[in-house]
Ligand binder design. Structure first.
Ligand code: ADP
Ligand code: MG
Length: 618
C-alpha cells in the first residue's frame, strides 16, 4: 500500500463548498462563544421586536439552559422554521440597507448559529395571529413544529449549548463565571434600554429585577447602587449632528479597573479602543495612575457614520469620523466634569514626575529611601520633638470602642480646628498635636515639622492592617461587636459581591450572616474603622465590588482599597489629641507610611533647614 502511494502523484486537494450544517457551526463559533453571547443575540431580537419586558432564566449560569422571554411582536407561524435558517432576516432586504440599520440584528445568522450547536425550543405568537406556534431543533435539525397557545411574544430556550462540539464545551468556565457574564451583559443593555423591564432569574433566585426607569440616574442607581450614583455628574455635548451625553464620576471617585465604563453608540453597547482612550486622556491629569473613572456615555451618530458590520457579534464598531468623535468625548467629559479646573487643585500637584507610570522601578527606590529617612527622623525625635515609639501591631484601637458601639464621639473632648490640643499629663509624647481645618494633623519632629493628611494616613493604616489580616487568615484585625446588629437590604449587585467576598470580609473583621432573601445581618465590624455609618460602609464596599470579574490579586486589591477608602476618617472630621497621636503612631508602624493605597502622599515634611532658609537665617 505504502509503496503504491509513493509512486503515484497525490490527488490535488479539491475545493468544495461546505454543506450548510458545517457553515452554521463555523459561524456559531464566531457569534456564540458562551451562554452570555447566546443571551445577547436573543435579547437583541427581543428589543428589535419592540419588547417592553424581557426576562432571562438561567440554569447553571446558562450552561445547562438559558431562556429569553419577551412580549414583542412575535414570529408568524409560517416563518418559524425560516427564522432558524441562515441569512434569514426580516430586518434588511438589500446590502445597501446595512449602513443604515437601526435594528440590532440584520445578518440573519444568530438563531441559525445558536440552533446548530444546541437544542432549541421556541414558542412564539405573532401579534397578527390568533394562535401561536412551537418549534424544536436539535443541532440545527428540525425536530418538531406544531401550533401552541401563547400570549403575543416569543420565548426561546437554548439547552446543552455546544453538546455537539465537545472541544468548545470543554472551554466553558464555571456556572458562576457565566452567570456574572450574563449579569454584566444585562447591566449594559439595561442602562441603554430603560423603558424595558428586565428580569434575570436562576432557580428561585432573582438576580436582577429592574422596573422601567424614568431616567438614566434612576436606572444607574438600581444597577450600581446609590453609593456610586452619588459620585456621578451629568455631561452632554452636541456638534454637527453628533451628540454625547451621560454620567461620569467626579475625579474623587475612581475604580481599580475599567469595568464601570459603559459606551453606547446609538444605544448599542460597544467596545472601542479610541473612545476608551478619550476617557483616559480626559481624566489623566486628575486621577492617580492605575485608577479609572466610572463613565456611562451615550453617543448618537448619524447611522451612516458607524459601521457595525466589522464583528460578527457587533460589539466592536468602526467609526468613520473616529478622530472627531474622540475629541468630542474627551471635551464632553472635561467640560461636564470641570476636569481642567480640578487639575489645578489636584492634591499631588508637583508629584507628577514621581508617579509610577512615568517613574517605573526607580520610583520604588526613591520611596524606600524616603521611608528610611523619615523613620530615622521620627525615631530619634528625643525631647525636642514627637517620638515615634511604635505600637504593638494590631493592638491599637484607633477610635475607641464606645464611640463605635454607641455612636457618640470618642472620649477625650473635641479639639478645635487650629488650636493646639491639650497634652495629656502622662504623655510620652512631649510634642503637641494640632488639627488644621479638621483635615491635617500638624506636629513637631526633631528635624522640623510634618503635616499629615488624616484621611490618607488612616487609609494606609486600614489597608495594611486588613492586607496583613487576609494574608494570615484573619487574626490581625480585632472585631468590634455592635450593640445593635444592623440589618441591611442588598441590591442584586451587592448580593453578588457579598457572595464573592464573604470569607475575605470575615477575615478583615466583619461579622456578617445571611438573613434571608437579599438581606444580611451585621454583628461586628473591624475595630479600626471610623465611619461605620449604620452599615453604609459595607454597602459602599459591596457597591465598589459589584459585578467585578477579576478573580485573584486585582480583586483583593480592589476590596482592600475600597475598604480603606470608605472606612477611613474623612477630611472635615474633628479628632481628639489621643486620636491624632494614635493615628500618627499607627501610620509609622506600617511599612509604607509615606503614601496612601492610591499613591497619594500621607504627609509633607518641612525641615528646619528649609525654614531657616526661608526666614533668611542662614
Ligand atoms: P437577525 O436578528 O439578524 O435578523 P436572527 O437569526 O437573530 O437574525 O433572527 C432571525 C429572524 O427571526 C429575525 O429577523 C426576526 O424576524 C425573527 N425573530 C427572532 N427572534 C425574534 C423575537 N424574539 N421576536 C420576534 N421575531 C424574532
Ligand atoms: Mg438577531
Amino acid at each position: 500500500m505504502r509503496g503504491d502511494m509513493e509512486q503515484t502523484i497525490p490527488e490535488p486537494p479539491r475545493i468544495q463548498l461546505l454543506d450548510g450544517a458545517t457553515i452554521d457551526r463555523i459561524a456559531a463559533g464566531e457569534v456564540v462563544e458562551r451562554p452570555a453571547s447566546a443571551v445577547k443575540e436573543l435579547l437583541e431580537n427581543s428589543l428589535d421586536a419592540g419588547a417592553g419586558s424581557i426576562s432571562i432564566k438561567l440554569e447553571d449560569g446558562g450552561l445547562t439552559s438559558l431562556t429569553v422571554e419577551d412580549d414583542g411582536h412575535g414570529i408568524p407561524f409560517r416563518d418559524l422554521p425560516l427564522a432558524f435558517e441562515r441569512h434569514a432576516t426580516s430586518k434588511i432586504t438589500a446590502a445597501a440597507d446595512i449602513m443604515h440599520v437601526g435594528s440590532f440584528g440584520f445578518r440573519g445568522e444568530a438563531l441559525a448559529s445558536i440552533a446548530s450547536v444546541s437544542r432549541v425550543r421556541c414558542v412564539s405568537r405573532y401579534s397578527g395571529e390568533e394562535m401561536g406556534g412551537m418549534i424544536e431543533l436539535s443541532g440545527g435539525e428540525l425536530v418538531r413544529r406544531e401550533p401552541a397557545p401563547r400570549n403575543c411574544g416569543t420565548t426561546i430556550t437554548v439547552s446543552d449549548l455546544f453538546f455537539n462540539t465537545p472541544a468548545r464545551r470543554k472551554y466553558m468556565r464555571t456556572a458562576q463565571a457565566e452567570r456574572r457574564a450574563v449579569i454584566k451583559l444585562i447591566t449594559r443593555f439595561a442602562l441603554a434600554h430603560r423603558e424595558v423591564r428586565w428580569q434575570v432569574r436562576e432557580g428561585r433566585d432573582v438576580l436582577l429585577d429592574l422596573m422601567p426607569a424614568p431616567s438614566l440616574t434612576d436606572r444607574t442607581r438600581d444597577l450600581l447602587g446609590a453609593a456610586v450614583v452619588d459620585h456621578l455628574a451629568r455631561f452632554s455635548f452636541e456638534k454637527g449632528g453628533f451628540s454625547i451625553s451621560g454620567l461620569a464620576s467626579r475625579p474623587t471617585f475612581t475604580r481599580g479597573n475599567r469595568d464601570h465604563q459603559y459606551l453606547f453608540i446609538n444605544r448599542r453597547p460597544v467596545q472601542n479602543a479610541t473612545l476608551s482612550q478619550a476617557i483616559h486622556q480626559a481624566y489623566r491629569e486628575v486621577i492617580p495612575a492605575g485608577r479609572h473613572p466610572v463613565v456611562i456615555a451615550f453617543l448618537e451618530v448619524p447611522a451612516g457614520e458607524v459601521d457595525v458590520n466589522v464583528h460578527p457579534a457587533k460589539t466592536e464598531v468602526r467609526l468613520l469620523l473616529e478622530r472627531e468623535i474622540f475629541g468630542m468625548l474627551k471635551k464632553a467629559l472635561q467640560e461636564g466634569l470641570n476636569l481642567r479646573e480640578f487639575s489645578e487643585l489636584r492634591p499631588w500637584a508637583g508629584e507628577e514626575a514621581a508617579r509610577p507610570e512615568d517613574g517605573g522601578a526607580s520610583r520604588d527606590g526613591i520611596a524606600k529611601a524616603q521611608d528610611d529617612y523619615l523613620r530615622e527622623h521620627f525615631q530619634r525625635g528625643g525631647s525636642a520633638g514627637y517620638e515615634f515609639k511604635g505600637v504593638p501591631r494590631g493592638q491599637g484601637e484607633l477610635f475607641g470602642s464606645r464611640a463605635l458601639r454607641e455612636g457618640i464621639p470618642a472620649q477625650g473632648g473635641t479639639s478645635l480646628a487650629g488650636e493646639p490640643g491639650p497634652v495629656p499629663a502622662d504623655s510620652l509624647h512631649p510634642a503637641p498635636f494640632w488639627q488644621l481645618h479638621r483635615t491635617y494633623i500638624v506636629t513637631q519632629i526633631r528635624g522640623g515639622l510634618v503635616l499629615i493628611d488624616q484621611h490618607n494616613s488612616h487609609e494606609r493604616i486600614l489597608y495594611n492592617e486588613a492586607r496583613q489580616s487576609l494574608a494570615e487568615g484573619g487574626r490581625r484585625v480585632p472585631t468590634q461587636q455592635l450593640l445593635f446588629p444592623a440589618h441591611l437590604e442588598l441590591t442584586p449587585g451587592q448580593v453578588q459581591a457579598w457572595q464573592g467576598h464573604a470569607e475575605e470580609l470575615a477575615a478583615m473583621g466583619f461579622t456578617v450572616e445571611p438573613f434571608g432573601g437579599q438581606s444580611i445581618l451585621v454583628q461586628g465590624v473591624p475595630a479600626s474603622v471610623k465611619n461605620w455609618n449604620e452599615g453604609q460602609l459595607l454597602l459602599d464596599i459591596l457597591d465598589d465590588l459589584a459585578w467585578d470579574d477579576h478573580p485573584g490579586q486585582q480583586d483583593q486589591a480592589d476590596l482592600l482599597a475600597s475598604y480603606a477608602c470608605h472606612g477611613a476618617v474623612r477630611a472635615g472630621e474633628p479628632l481628639t489629641v489621643p486620636e491624632m497621636q494614635n493615628l500618627v503612631d499607627q501610620l509609622f508602624a506600617t511599612d509604607t507610611p509615606l503614601s496612601c493605597p492610591h499613591g497619594r502622599p500621607t504627609l509633607i515634611q518641612f525641615s528646619l533647614a528649609e525654614l531657616e532658609k526661608r526666614f533668611g537665617r542662614t
